[in-house]
Design a binder for this molecule. Structure first.
Ligand code: ADP
Ligand code: MG
Length: 336
């Protein structure tokens, strides 16, 4: 199968059709129209086989995760997603794989009303790069640099599920309940980008980031950009029923603090805006939990449990020290 017929068969009609796409797939460039008064937010993420997913992973999940991690970045900026470009590196033309990949792609792009407007297809090791673009008024973008001492720290959803899911996949954790194990693996393979929560937080949050590398690693980006510190209450961390019923308390804290791939939003809110958080998030049906507060101790993260200091070392956890680090884990560790 030649490149052109491959693109025609699997990608030309793969997604939602938007009115602001004046010229889509098929020419040298796509031509698109940005709404008046809006600025363009652009982000790119690559998933590489053997690094970000196992080589035999379900192509539907690969497609949806590749989209989700990009939409999550737009969400963290408060941007409304619009357009995607897809760069595919494929070792060979496996039509069954492409069919499942493009079906997964179609499902998620229709759900979020985003259009695939172009890309590139090359032969090489399996890797998927997506560029996502969306709209946000320039003065409403949720940057990492807006947190102030006294602001409250919030997270959406629950934390650590994807990390425990990865450990189940790699046989490093055993979860008896199949219901819990399915939930945790779903959280790993099909993360939910918090798109509607992100746009609703535009006038409410002072800073925002999505949690891709773990709570501690990602809050550090906010603290560095905002030149402040934070105190976090571990007893407030939102943990799923599956997490709570599968591992002990300290392991649950470890997953919530240090494991990646959750794609929840971490945001800060001033005292004046605190009452608005629940109200604006009610429409998006996403729970948010206050887990601590920003302070002036630049770059420091103070961990508390029931108001007492909680000693925690990111590298102190047993299986992260083991000699048989998997590629996925060593990469996660590097990213953290
Ligand atoms: P060029 O040589 O000008 O880069 P290509 O032959 O690579 O053009 O691509 C032809 C058209 O198909 C372009 O509009 C390009 O954006 C689109 N395209 C190529 N690969 C993909 C893909 N994987 N998904 C979506 N569109 C693609
Ligand atoms: Mg090309």
């Amino acid at each position: 199968m030649k490149e052109f017929s491959l693109i025609d068969t699997y990608f030309r009609d793969v997604s939602f059709q938007r009115k602001d796409v004046l010229l889509g797939i098929g020419d040298d460039c796509a031509i698109t129209q940005i709404p008046a008064g809006q600025a363009l937010a652009t982000t790119t993420d690559t998933l590489v086989s053997g690094v970000h997913f196992l080589p035999d992973a379900d192509p539907k999940a690969i497609a949806q995760k590749a989209i989700a991690v990009n939409l999550s970045d737009l969400a963290a900026m408060g941007a409304e997603p619009a357009w995607l470009s897809l760069s595919l590196s494929l070792p060979n033309v496996d039509e069954q794989w492409l069919k499942a990949f493009s079906e997964g792609f179609k499902e998620l792009t229709e759900y979020y009303s985003v259009q695939l407007i172009g890309g590139d297809t090359v032969q090489g090791p399996l890797a998927i790069t997506i560029t996502a673009q969306g709209f946000v008024a320039a003065d409403q973008a949720l940057k990492r640099s807006g947190a102030k001492p006294g602001d409250f720290v919030y997270v959406t959803g629950s934390l650590g599920d994807a990390g425990l899911g990865l450990d189940i996949l790699l046989n490093h954790a055993e979860v008896q309940s199949t219901e819990h194990s399915e939930f945790l693996l779903r959280r790993l393979h099909y993360p939910t980008p918090r798109v509607f929560a992100g746009t609703s937080l535009r006038r409410v949050a002072s800073a925002c980031i999505d949690i891709s590398d773990g709570l501690l690693a990602d809050i550090k980006h906010i603290l560095n950009a905002s030149q402040c510190g934070a105190c976090l209450q571990l007893d407030k961390l939102p943990l799923s029923k599956a997490m709570l019923e599968s591992v002990d308390r300290d392991a649950a804290f470890h997953y919530a603090l240090s494991s990646g791939d959750d794609y929840e939003l971490l945001f800060t809110v001033s005292e004046e805006q605190k009452n608005n958080v629940e109200r604006v998030l009610a429409c998006s049906n996403v729970p948010a939990t206050c887990i601590g507060q920003i302070n002036g101790a630049v770059g420091k993260i103070d961990l508390k449990h029931n108001d007492e200091s909680y000693a925690y070392s990111q590298t102190g956890f047993e299986h992260f020290n083991s000699a048989e680090l998997t590629k996925e884990q060593s990469n996660q560790a590097k990213r953290a």
